[in-house]
Each structure stands twice: as C-alpha cells, then as structure tokens.
Design a protein around this ligand. Structure first.
Ligand code: ZN
Length: 417
C-alpha cells in the first residue's frame, strides 16, 4: 500500500471530487438550484460567521448526520471548511457513502468572504446566559435559538396582582427580554395573601415599582417597563402595540373587553385568565391573520358577546379567593406565553382550560370563533375601541380616567429595571 503524505492525500482527494469557486456556488443558488450547503468547521468558527442558509455539521458528525439534511444521494451537496482542505477530504468520505454529487468549496469560507459574498453572523448566548438558561437550552424544543427568541421578546402584563405576580416571576426567570406591567394601584396589606411580587415593606408603594424591584432580583437582565395608569380606550393601542404577547390578569369586565378588542385589532395573542374562589379558567385568544397564514381562534367576545349586568358577578374582593389559586393559573399563563414566543407545543387556542381546585379537576372545552363576532367575525362592527365602562353598564371611561388623574395615579411609561 502506498503511503501518502498530507499534501499528496489532499491532492488525491481533489482529483477525485468536484470543486466549485464561491462565485459558482452563488450563481447556482441564484439560478434557484436546490443545493445543500454544509459547514463542517468547528462550532466557534461557525459562530463567527457562515454562508447564509448553510447547515452546520461539524466534521466529526458529517457521516452520521448528513442523511437528516439530505437523504437523496443524487442531489448536490456543497461542503465547505475554512480554506478548502478539510472539505476536500470530507467530500471523498461522502462519495464513499454513495453521494454522487458532492462538491468542495475552493478556498472555503475565507474564499467566500474574499469574494465579497454575503455571510451571516449568528446571535449567540454569552457565557453567563449559557449557564443561566442551560436547563432551557438543553430542551430540544427551546434550545439556544428559542432562548434567544425569549431574550428578544416582550410580554405585557395587565395587572401586577394575583395572576400577574406568578406570571411575572417565571417570565423574568425565563429571560423574557422586556416585561411591561400596567397597574396604577398601590400595595395593600390584603394583597399579600396572593400577590407574591410584593412584600410587607412594599405596603403603600406603587405595585409597578415593587414588582420591578422583585423582578430585578430574579433576573437583572430583564427590562421592566411600568405603566402606572389605568388602561383605557385612549391609551390601550399605544401601550399594547410592540408587545409580542399580552397576559390578562385584570379583575373587571371593562378591561377584559378593552384588552381583547385592542389585541384583536393589533393582531397580538392574548393569554386570558380569570379566577373565582377555588376555580380558574385559562385560554389563548390568537387573532386570525390570513396574510401571515395564522388561522387563529376565537376571541373573548366570541365566548362572551355581552357583559353580565353590573354587580351580578361578584369580584374576588366580594367573594374571596384561595390565595394559591392565582399562583397556579398565572403560572399556566406564563407557560402559554413562553410556548407562543418560542413556538413549540399546542397553545390553548380554541380551548378553554377549566380548573377546579376543590376536587382538583382540569377540563378543556373546545371553543370556536363566532363568524358573527362584532370584533373578529367575518363582518366586524367594532373596528375601533369604544367606551367599555359604558358597554358594561358602568359610569363612562372618561370619568374614571379623570378621577384616576385627580388622585395622582396618572403617569406615563417608565423603565423601572
Ligand atoms: Zn371574536
């Protein structure tokens, strides 16, 4: 058997395979040829930049993983490394596996860059983030890519109370980039039985400030934006737009209808929940967006077209609530938000989860979009925000907003952490 030195081996490999220049590859792709481009360098090399739409399979895994990316052995597969040597040797191995159309890129990634062709530098987690979120990134459904999505996403919480508290805790811990909190209330001793964002020393403080302090301690990386004002028809669209998901933790009907309508109009998914004594409900209202191929589901008005007469449904302040109940329900909201943001699993779209903690039963009811719905139906009649207090048979919104400003509650958006 002939002994070959390094150069002879490379020479032999190159004589047995096809090579393309970076320009040739670029032209083939521009012609619309289906070419699988494989980067066989090491992870740190890939992270510093790679050819767009290429797949990353480190050299050591090439034979083991190539079939997942190109099972058809007659389709063109372009392999590249840094300079075109490793890829020439690897191309020969793929030929031995029966790949008939393997091409090695002349000059590798350096050649690609020197030809002034576009390349992509991926966003990556830094060292601290890699450690902090390691239990997420090891889940295939999230991975580094999913965690980067979370870090890049914005969730708005309507209320920093019973539901908002646990949701905010876990969303901050999960690394959601920005958490907005709408709440003009101050912390009261009677809140502490369930609103775990706030503690004894926070009594009398604005809830948004107390919440921001707590969340900063959980995860200093998260930006907390407080809206210390009531959400109304005048400010709802502005407040909500720019967020990726809204979590409803409000305890009154005008806000429920308002937030629903605003989210539908803006095309933003709403994770809605309500609690009563020992029972809770959670669902996701995903607006339909035909252009984007989002089928969506029903909205709050599809399920509840008309508000109950004022005073008919008692609030938690009137009927009481098991303190840990919003803990469970708010955590389910946080899970749904994370699923929507990362894009895995089956969100509660078109399904209403009903929880009864007294006998600990969880049931899901299928719910459908109503084609006659005034907001999300085929012929919507409500196309701008209305006076929701009036709609719910209460004094007009204008008056409540004014009252709130008179009480000194009114303020603008503030970055709190
Ligand atoms: Zn609807």
């Amino acid at each position: 058997m002939t002994r070959l030195n390094r150069d002879q081996l490379v020479q032999l490999a190159k004589s047995q395979i096809t090579e393309w220049t970076p320009r040739q590859l670029d032209e083939q792709r521009k012609k619309g040829e289906a070419v699988t481009v494989v980067d066989i360098r090491e992870r740190d090399e890939w992270m510093q930049g790679h050819i767009p739409q290429s797949v990353f399979i480190p050299r050591g895994f090439l034979e083991l993983q190539i079939e997942q990316h190109q099972p058809d052995r007659d389709m063109p597969v372009v392999i590249y490394c840094a300079g075109g040597v490793r890829s020439a040797l690897a191309a020969r191995n793929l030929q031995e596996m029966g790949y008939t159309n393997v091409i090695s890129l002349i000059g590798g990634f350096n050649g690609w860059k020197n030809a002034s062709l576009d390349f992509k530098v991926p966003k990556v987690l830094d060292e601290d983030q890699r450690i902090r979120y390691s239990r997420h990134t090891m889940l295939q459904e999230i991975g580094e890519e999913g965690q980067l999505k979370l870090l890049d996403s914005k969730v708005l919480l309507i209320g920093a109370g019973g539901l908002g508290s646990p949701a905010a805790f876990y969303l901050a811990a999960a690394g959601v980039g920005q958490i907005g909190i709408v709440d003009y209330d101050t912390v009261d001793v009677s809140n502490l039985q369930r609103q775990i964002l706030h503690g004894q020393s926070d009594v009398g403080r604005p809830k948004v400030e107390s919440a921001a302090d707590t969340l900063r301690e959980i995860n200093p990386e998260v930006k907390v934006v407080g809206y210390q004002e009531p959400i109304t028809s005048h400010n709802a669209l502005e407040m909500i737009s720019g967020y990726d998901v809204v979590l409803n933790g409000s305890d009154n009907f005008p806000t429920r209808y308002l937030v629903n309508d605003a989210c539908q109009m803006l095309g933003i998914p709403l994770v809605d929940a309500s609690i009563f004594m020992f029972e809770g409900q959670v669902t996701v209202y995903q607006p339909r967006q035909a252009e984007a191929g989002v089928e969506g589901g029903p909205c709050y008005r599809c399920l509840y077209p008309d508000p109950p007469p004022p005073g008919e449904v008692p609030s938690c302040a009137e009927a009481g609530v098991l303190g840990v109940l919003p803990g469970t329900v708010g955590c389910i909201q946080a899970i749904e938000a994370i699923k929507l943001l990362v894009g895995f699993g089956e969100p509660l779209i078109g399904r209403l989860l009903m929880i009864d903690t007294s006998d600990m039963t969880f049931r899901t009811l299928k719910v459908k979009r109503n084609s006659e719905c005034p907001v999300c139906g085929d012929h919507p009649t409500v196309t701008e925000l209305i006076d929701y207090n009036q709609f719910c048979g209460l004094p007009s919104t204008e008056q409540t907003t004014e009252a709130a400003s008179l009480n000194g509650h009114h303020s603008t958006e503030k970055v709190l952490a």
